[in-house]
Design a protein around this ligand. Structure first.
Ligand SMILES: NC(=O)C1=CN([C@@H]2O[C@H](COP(=O)(O)OP(=O)(O)OC[C@H]3O[C@@H](n4cnc5c(N)ncnc54)[C@H](OP(=O)(O)O)[C@@H]3O)[C@@H](O)[C@H]2O)C=CC1
Ligand SMILES: Cc1cn([C@H]2C[C@H](O)[C@@H](COP(=O)(O)OP(=O)(O)O[C@H]3O[C@@H](C)C(=O)[C@@H](O)[C@H]3O)O2)c(=O)[nH]c1=O
Length: 285
């Protein structure tokens, strides 16, 4: 009844979904093999929709290399905008509800108040821009969509900031980490749970939502917590963004207000540190 297809199932969030679906005995979910899941191939996608006739799809597929995207605009746009549009078009045609993931990087990050879904977007990177374009093409094809903007995803799966810090922390005596970019980490396991909750609840409160863990931190404070919980004595030096040049510019402030997700979708959201403790426990197992 809730047959769900997952695109991008081998990425970080996709793997978290596999884990959570198994834990919850959510069995009516298909993690498509790569040859049936290329979101850039409309013919393959149509065959996949015809074969499965899904009630829901979850699009975890994306181009997520933030710095590389500055040089690979075309491919980033293809995956993040055109891929989302290909899926949305089929969702409209097949009456499928689309769950799609976007990012805090759609914001410029120049403010200092928690960002609402209605706040102005103004991406400052190619990744952020192409993700915003992806958000914007979906409503043209279907009314049945949930777009969840999330931020600073990490988990025990794939590559992410937590795993990078643990690796470098073991190899190096000192880490220099930016403290003037503020946001909220999100345990991808929590996000996966939220996505399945939306499906299980049968919600029709379609629309755009913010979803991260609760609280606010900087990358520096996040790194300090990771080292502390990981039992590492790595010296952590707070630096400014200017002291850590990167190809893409990141928002200085991208803390999102989750009131809408909590009230309209009934989501219970853990504090970032609580979830980090959980993830570190699993990484240590
Ligand atoms: N990671 C983060 O910090 C954040 C991520 N997000 C968003 O969350 C979502 C999930 O991110 P995350 O799991 O971390 O990302 P990953 O990069 O770990 O996973 C993305 C997946 O998409 C797949 N993919 C790329 N191109 C295509 C394609 N044409 N067709 C099908 N699959 C494709 C990739 O496959 P392959 O590896 O083979 O290319 C990969 O498995 C994305 O929408 C991302 O923008 C939002 C905020 C923060
Ligand atoms: C490795 C490292 C990073 N940093 C900084 C750089 C950057 O500002 C921040 C995070 O760096 P990363 O490259 O790990 O993460 P980054 O790719 O910027 O993460 C982003 O990914 C995309 C997909 C999103 O949608 C965003 O929400 C966000 O999670 O930490 C340091 O200051 N010192 C370090 O040693």
């Amino acid at each position: 009844m809730n047959k769900t297809l997952v695109f991008g199932g081998s990425g970080q969030l996709g793997q978290c979904l596999q884990h959570v679906a198994q834990q919850r005995s959510f069995t009516d979910i298909v993690f498509l093999p790569e040859e049936q899941a290329n979101i850039l191939n409309p013919d393959i996608l149509r065959t996949t929709f015809e074969q499965h006739r899904p009630a829901y799809i979850i699009n975890c597929a994306a181009y997520t290399a933030v710095d590389k995207a500055e040089d690979e605009v075309e491919i980033a746009r293809k995956v993040n905008r055109d891929g989302a549009e290909n899926l949305a078009r089929l969702c409209g045609e097949f009456g499928t509800t689309m769950l799609h993931i976007s990012t805090d990087f759609v914001f410029a990050g120049t403010g200092n108040e928690p960002l609402l879904e209605t706040d102005e977007t103004a991406p400052i990177s190619v990744y952020g821009l192409t993700k915003l374009e992806g958000e914007q093409v979906i409503p043209a094809h279907t009314e049945r969509y949930f777009i969840l903007r999330t931020s600073w995803l990490y988990s025990e799966y794939a590559g992410n900031f937590v795993k990078t810090m643990l690796r470098f922390g073991k190899e190096r005596e000192e880490m220099r980490v930016i403290w003037d970019q503020l946001g909220t980490p999100t345990y991808a396991i929590d996000l996966a749970g939220a996505l399945l909750h939306i499906i299980e609840s049968g919600s029709t409160a379609y629309g755009l939502y913010h979803y991260s863990n609760e609280g606010v931190t900087s990358w520096y404070d996040f790194a300090v917590a990771i080292f502390e919980l990981g039992g590492l004595t790595t010296r952590t030096v707070p630096i400014r963004t200017a002291e850590y040049p990167t190809k893409a510019t990141r928002p200085a402030f991208s803390v999102m207000d989750k009131t809408k997700a909590k009230t309209a979708l009934g989501l219970a959201i853990p504090h970032w540190r609580t979830s980090l403790v959980e993830c570190m426990g699993r990484l240590g197992e």
